[in-house]
Design a protein around this ligand. Structure first.
Ligand SMILES: Cc1cc2nc3c(=O)[nH]c(=O)nc-3n(C[C@H](O)[C@H](O)[C@H](O)COP(=O)(O)OP(=O)(O)OC[C@H]3O[C@@H](n4cnc5c(N)ncnc54)[C@H](O)[C@@H]3O)c2cc1C
Length: 446
C-alpha cells in the first residue's frame, strides 16, 4: 500500500492550509471528495460561497498584506447592519486591532479555495480530487501510530499523521475519533443533533436596491439558536441572500417571527423569498433574478453547519482535527474561514516541525480568544425571543449611535450582559485531549 508522511482528509481552507505548511518538510497527500459547482470547471472543494471577512480576521487567519493582494476581493465593506424585529443598528468598527484598516471585505470563495490549493501544490502537496475517504483505521506500532485510509474512487493509503479537515459534516472525523475511546466528541459534534442548514441564493438586485458596502443580518426573524437571514454583496449587482435554520424548528409562537406565517416550518428557500418580499414590498421576486451560473446548482446552494464548541485533538495518536471538523465555525454568525485557515496552518506547522503534541496548546493560544468570543455569544443568545433581540440591539444602538445621556442609561444593562457573556465564554473547549485513549487501539499486525 502506498505510504505518505501526512494524509489530509478534505481540501477546503483548513485542509489546504495544513497541506501547505506540512509540505515544507513532509510528503503530503490531500483527499478531496470533489464537489461540482456552477462557478468552477470540474470538481473541487465544496467552497460554499460564504465569504465575508472582518478586519481582524486577516490577523486571525495569519494572512498578511501580500496575501491580500492575491486574494480575489469582491467588495470592500464599510459596516454591518443588525436588524431586529423593530430596532436596527450599524456597526462600523469591530474595535479589535488589525493591520487591515477597513471594516471588512467579501471575497470570491471558490477562487480563494483554489488559490490555497495552488499554494499547497506549489510546495509539493499532492491532491487526489474525487477521492472520498470512507474510513480510517488507526493502529499502534512499536514507534507510534499508523493510519490506513479507505478511499472510494482511489487507492487506499497509509500515513504516519492524519489531518482531519472534512468540515462540519465530520463523516470521517467522528468515526476516526471514536477509535480512541468513549469521549464526549459524539455529543459535542454530532451533526445529526447539532446541525443547522445554511441555504443561500445568488440574486441580481435592481440598481436602486443594491448596496455594495454593507452586510446585513436579521435577528429574531425565525426561531432557532443561530437562525437568521443575511445579505452579502458580491460583484456586479449580485448579492447572496440566505438563511441559517436548525433542521428542526419547534415553534409555539410562530406569529412572533417575521418570517413565519403561522406555526409551520417551511423550506429554507421559502424563508429567503419571504425576506425579500418583506424588505422590498414594492418589488416582486422576478425583480431579483437568480444568477444561475453561480452556487452549486442554478444559483442556489446549501451546506450543513453545526452549532458547536471546539474539541481538542488526540495528538499523541498523530491525529489533528482542524477547522469546521473540530467545531471552530462560529455557532453565532457562521464565520469560520479565518479559523479554518489558521487551525489548518498550525496543524501543518507542528507536523513539519516535529512537535505534534503541541497542536492543542498552539491553536488555543492563537485563536482561543476568537473561538471563545463566538461560543460565548452563541450561548448568550440561545433561546432569545424576538423581543430579546430588540432589547439587545437596542442596547447596541444606544452604545454605537446614542448621545452620552442615552449611552449612560444603557450602561447597567450592558454591564450585566458583559458579565454574563464573560462567564459563558470561559469554558469553551468541549473535549480535552486527556479524554482520548490512544493506547486502546490495537497493535498493527505487521
Ligand atoms: C452560509 C454560511 C455562511 C458563512 N459565512 C462565512 C463568512 O462570511 N465568513 C467566514 O469566514 N466563514 C463563513 N462561513 C464558514 C466557512 O464557510 C467555514 O468555516 C469553512 O468553510 C470551514 O472550512 P473547512 O476547511 O474546515 O471545511 P469545508 O470548507 O467544509 O471543507 C471541507 C472539505 O472536505 C471535503 N470532504 C468532506 N468529506 C470528505 C471525505 N469523506 N473525503 C474527502 N473529502 C471530503 C469537502 O468536500 C470540503 O471541500 C460560512 C458558512 C456558511 C455555511
Amino acid at each position: 500500500m502506498e505510504g505518505f508522511d501526512v494524509a489530509v482528509v478534505g481540501g477546503g481552507p483548513a485542509g489546504s492550509s495544513a497541506a501547505r505548511e506540512a509540505a515544507k518538510t513532509e510528503n503530503v497527500v490531500v483527499f478531496e471528495k470533489g464537489v461540482r459547482r456552477e462557478d468552477r470547471d470540474g470538481i473541487g472543494a465544496d467552497s460554499t460561497d460564504a465569504a465575508g471577512f472582518l478586519d481582524y480576521w486577516f490577523e486571525v487567519a495569519d494572512f498578511d498584506p501580500e496575501f491580500l493582494e492575491e486574494m480575489p476581493v469582491l467588495r470592500e465593506i464599510d459596516r454591518a447592519e443588525f436588524i431586529g424585529p423593530t430596532v436596527r443598528t450599524s456597526m462600523r468598527d469591530t474595535g479589535i486591532d488589525s493591520w487591515y484598516d477597513g471594516f471588512g471585505v467579501t471575497f470570491d470563495r471558490v477562487a480563494t479555495d483554489d488559490l490555497l490549493r495552488e499554494r499547497a501544490e506549489e510546495r509539493g502537496a499532492e491532491y487526489r480530487i474525487g477521492g472520498t475517504v470512507r474510513g480510517v483505521e488507526t493502529r499502534r506500532t512499536t514507534d507510534g501510530f499508523v493510519h490506513e485510509l479507505t478511499v472510494a474512487g482511489g487507492e487506499n493509503v497509509r500515513a504516519d499523521y492524519l489531518v482531519l479537515a472534512d468540515g462540519p459534516s465530520r463523516r470521517v472525523t467522528l468515526p476516526t475519533l471514536a477509535q480512541f475511546g468513549d469521549t464526549g466528541v459524539k455529543d459535542a459534534l454530532n451533526p445529526a443533533e447539532a446541525n443547522h442548514i445554511a441555504y443561500q441564493e445568488h440574486r441580481r438586485f435592481p440598481d436602486e436596491l443594491f448596496e455594495d458596502d454593507v452586510l446585513r443580518f436579521w435577528w429574531g426573524a425565525i426561531p432557532g439558536e443561530t437562525a437568521y437571514p443575511w445579505y452579502f454583496p458580491n460583484d456586479g449587482n449580485v448579492a447572496r441572500v440566505g438563511v441559517t435554520v436548525p433542521r428542526d424548528v419547534a415553534v409555539d409562537d410562530g406569529d412572533a417571527y417575521a418570517l413565519l406565517n403561522d406555526d409551520e416550518t417551511a423550506k429554507p428557500s421559502e424563508y429567503v423569498h419571504r425576506l425579500l418580499e418583506n424588505e422590498y414590498p414594492e418589488y416582486g421576486l422576478d425583480d431579483f433574478p437568480l444568477v444561475e451560473n453561480r452556487g452549486k446548482d442554478g444559483g442556489v446552494e446549501s451546506y450543513p453547519i453545526s452549532s458547536a464548541s471546539p474539541i481538542e485533538s488526540p495528538t499523541r495518536a498523530g491525529v489533528l482535527v482542524t477547522g469546521g471538523a473540530m467545531g471552530t465555525t462560529s455557532a453565532f454568525h457562521e464565520g469560520g474561514y479565518h479559523l479554518a485557515v489558521r487551525t489548518g496552518k498550525i496543524a501543518g506547522r507542528v507536523i513539519a516541525e516535529d512537535r505534534v503534541t503541541e497542536y492543542n496548546d498552539d491553536w488555543r493560544e492563537a485563536v482561543g480568544d476568537e473561538v471563545s468570543r463566538n461560543v460565548g455569544l452563541s450561548r448568550l443568545v440561545s433561546g432569545y425571543t424576538p423581543d430579546d433581540w430588540d432589547t439587545i440591539i437596542g442596547h447596541a444602538k444606544a452604545a454605537l449611535e446614542g448621545g452620552w445621556l442615552k449611552r449612560l442609561r444603557h450602561v447597567p444593562a450592558i454591564l450585566l450582559l458583559q458579565r454574563r457573556y464573560s462567564r459563558l465564554r470561559s469554558d469553551y473547549v468541549a473535549v480535552h485531549e486527556e479524554e482520548y485513549e490512544p493506547g486502546s487501539v490495537p497493535m498493527a499486525t505487521k
